[in-house]
Design a protein around this ligand. Structure first.
Ligand code: WT7
Length: 567
């Protein structure tokens, strides 16, 4: 029997107080995610249960019980507090998927500070804009990433502490740097948890839009109420499960469902910190007898490409429930997984802003391959007419995905950017920025984004950010960035570039520009192709018409070009 039981029955009279009761939370009480994921689980008699099974490069591995993660979070929390980190100060986590990332996250929350996880593959420019915007006080990082922080620290007056978790004493520490080793520090048995309340800020995740700088999505401790229940009902996590979420906590999936959801339920989870290979993934599932697996379409498509033979080399019979998020999950992938794993991947849809899964295929409910499923109980999801912003009743008609605001883990604002936050609402609907239709059985079918943001392998990339970075290259006069189709990643970044006089439009320069972006922004944002052009299509007001270039890449109708400058 699945945790959710009957979806229809759960919808009936649903109230979030159900989750509050299970978590023994009464409105007005203090609520701290760090405490819930550690101390509470220990008090429930699970102190010796395994919380984390971690594997890293070269066969390194570690196992932590719930008491171990409680102590580690206390120890990191105390260290930060002793440095002078106060409640609501932003502390950035800038690490690979090493244990300190997970344990540091909980430590930051326990002292009431705000955790700001950033993807460790980010280059210095990506890091700079996010630390500047958040006025971050401290960053916790590793030796291998510290050079990127050193490059920008002079432009970050608020950044008082650069904490290195694997300092080996070989080279001297530089200004503002400190070493902290979880293995060497005295474990802190009792830490006074900061008395955070429902609306106290907890996590700041940065996400990319079409225009402007990345936006800091502010979440609060009360988000736990929804993270707990969605993890329980959608991922169907049960006491004896071994759960694997493949997402990096630099992104929201890796915190909502790679830390908070499973650990607030007292579930054992595993983490694999190494590059992708089908054989390595299957070996990991086999070795740890993974039962619940939450992954992403790009990974699933890569596994499909690797073929069925490699599946047969492994015993994956422990797998009980599979789910996916981040980009459209094509029906072929759902059917393939049913064939080779004996279980379909269940698609789930949500966003950094929503904090939790909003639409899903639930255990026990009929999976329609290619559909995202139905709204979570308590969530009102509709398709709005793009012009009137009224809900569309007609089945199959495409419009904007919108939600009635007010669920526990809805973002509370964009950091320092209330105007952009307000612009996400019309007629008291939260606009997701995606387009879809609903069929006559209430299933949602994703169509596409309603903006120019590129979703490459489940990661959002802002064309504006890439264009701005391109302009900083000496050879680039002007550029326009769009997506182009890709078999595995669905879309990848493509840049159209007008060169400055004196530069040769050749392959060597193309590679140089690609690398420039990879280092400055990230490997995700790096254009996979650069097309040299003599001019770029613009509107009469001088705005580059990405829409036209996009249509060209995807072989689509170009549509209305009446505002084009050169027709
Ligand atoms: C955007 C949100 C929180 C999930 C990780 C990404 C796209 C997400 C699906 C899906 C089609 C999806 C949407 C959404 N997306 N899930 N199941 N099918 N598209 O979080 O970085 O905030 O991206 O990812 O476009 O708006 P994010």
């Amino acid at each position: 029997m699945s945790n959710i039981g009957s979806y229809e029955e759960r919808i009936e009279g649903f109230d979030w107080s159900l989750s509050e009761k299970e978590l023994e939370y009464t409105p007005g009480d203090r609520i701290n995610i760090g405490w819930y994921c550690t101390d509470r689980i220990c008090r429930m008699g699970k102190a010796d249960k395994t919380a984390l099974i971690w594997e890293g490069l070269g066969g390194a591995s570690r196992t932590y019980t719930f008491n171990d993660i409680r102590l580690a979070a206390n120890t990191i929390g105390r260290f930060l507090r002793d440095l002078g980190i106060a409640d609501q100060d932003r502390v950035c986590l800038f690490m690979d998927k090493i244990p300190e990332l997970y344990l540091g996250f909980l430590g930051i929350l326990k002292i009431g500070a705000i955790a700001q996880p950033l993807f460790s593959a980010f280059g210095d420019e990506s890091l700079l804009v996010r630390l500047e915007n958040a006025e971050t006080s401290a960053i916790i990082t590793q030796r291998k990433h510290v050079s990127k922080v050193r490059k920008i620290r002079d432009r970050l007056p608020h950044l008082k502490h650069i904490i290195i978790v694997d300092y080996d004493g070989r080279k001297p520490l530089q200004e503002r740097e400190q070493a902290f080793s979880l293995d060497d520090a005295d474990p802190v048995e009792e830490l006074e948890v900061f008395p955070t309340e429902a609306e106290s800020p907890s996590v700041l995740h940065y996400t990319s839009g079409t225009t402007g700088m990345p936006k800091g999505v502010k979440h609060v401790h009360y988000s736990l109420i929804a993270q707990y229940l969605t993890a329980k009902w959608v991922l169907d996590l049960q006491d004896d499960d071994i759960y694997w979420c493949t997402a990096d906590p630099g992104w929201v999936t890796g915190t909502s469902y790679g830390i908070i959801g499973p650990w607030s339920l007292g579930i054992t989870q595993c983490v694999l910190d190494c590059g992708f290979s089908a054989a390595a993934w299957y070996r990991f599932i086999e070795k740890h007898r993974v039962t619940v697996w939450y992954s992403a379409p790009t990974a699933i498509r890569s596994l499909m490409r690797a073929g069925e033979e490699v599946v047969k080399d492994h015993d994956l019979s422990g797998l009980r429930h599979l789910a996916s998020v981040g980009e459209p999950l094509n029906s072929e992938a759902v059917i393939w997984s049913g064939k080779v794993f004996g279980k379909p991947f269940h698609d789930t849809y949500w966003q950094t802003e929503t904090g939790v899964i909003m639409i899903a295929n639930y255990p026990g409910m009929k999976v329609k391959p290619g559909s995202m499923g139905k709204p979570f109980p308590g969530i009102t999801g509709v398709i709005l007419d793009p012009v009137s912003h009224e809900p569309i009743a007609e089945a199959g008609k495409i419009g904007l995905i919108a939600f009635k605001p007010g669920w526990p883990s809805m973002m509370r604002t964009y950091w320092n950017n209330e105007a952009t936050y307000q612009a996400k609402f019309v007629n008291n609907w939260y606009l997701s920025g995606d387009r879809a239709s609903i069929d006559n059985e209430g299933y949602f079918w994703f169509v596409g984004r309603d903006d120019d943001v590129i979703n490459t392998g489940g990661h959002l990339v802002s064309p504006f950010e890439v264009e701005s970075a391109l302009l900083e290259h000496e050879a680039v006069a002007e550029s326009a960035v769009v997506s182009k189709p890709d078999e595995v990643n669905m879309e990848v970044v493509k840049a159209f570039v007008m060169l400055n006089p004196g530069f040769e439009p050749d392959a060597e320069l193309e590679l140089k520009i690609m690398n420039f972006i990879r280092k400055k922004l990230s490997p995700l944002a790096m254009p996979q192709e650069i097309e040299y052009v003599e001019s770029l299509p613009k509107t009469r007001s001088g705005k580059i018409m990405r829409r036209l270039l996009h249509a060209q890449e995807w072989g689509e109708e170009i549509g209305d070009t009446s505002t084009l400058e050169d027709e």
